[in-house]
Write a protein that binds this ligand. Structure first.
Ligand SMILES: [Fe+2]
Ligand SMILES: [Fe+2]
Length: 176
């Protein structure tokens, strides 16, 4: 092999490693950090939907909220809630059950909103306000109670592994 080919090969390997490093950096994230990012995104989209003065914009935002929120809820249940529900602690099990119930209410509000034709109607305005308040309340409690359960019972390596499973689970969720 001549020097040029060797250099190409070396550079090629270098590029591969760079790509791998980027992929690892994304995956090597604590799940709580990832959840925080998604919570902030959801709250900001919900605020925009409630404040919007255009029906078309509201409908577009509802679509975005659904496709962000539904995979988040299902993957969070599978990876985070089911993990803490497996622990032998009554209070933690209650936190997990409360989370599941609130997720169910969120699903219900999303389907209510999807059925309302006129996005500038008082019905849509009311339902979007209820969903926003529900999500804000849920996130506040989840970050306080569930996250302290997770921090207490799962190491940072385990939380990185949970994030990998969270990302994989989200990809399998179909949003209708
Ligand atoms: Fe969450
Ligand atoms: Fe949640």
């Amino acid at each position: 092999m001549n020097i040029l080919d060797s250099l190409k090969e070396v550079t090629g390997i270098g590029e591969d490693n760079k790509k791998k490093a980027v992929v690892n950096a994304v995956e090597d994230m604590d799940i709580l950090e990832k959840l925080k990012q998604e919570h902030e995104e959801a709250i900001s989209l919900l605020k925009r939907m409630v404040d919007s003065g255009s029906g078309a914009e509201r409908k577009g935002l509802l679509k975005k909220i659904k496709s962000a929120l539904v995979p988040h809820l299902r993957a969070e249940e599978k990876v985070v809630y089911d993990a803490i529900l497996g622990l032998k602690d009554k209070q933690i099990k209650q936190d997990g059950n409360e989370g599941y119930l609130e997720h169910g209410l969120g699903d219900k509000m999303l389907s209510t909103l999807s059925k309302i034709q006129n996005a500038m109607s008082p019905e849509f305005s009311a339902a979007s306000k209820v969903l926003k308040e529900l999500v804000e309340h849920h996130i506040k409690e989840e970050e306080k109670d569930i996250w302290s359960d997770v921090k207490k019972h799962f190491s940072s390596d385990q939380r990185i592994e949970m994030n990998r499973r969270f990302e994989a689970a989200k990809k399998k969720i179909m949003v209708s």
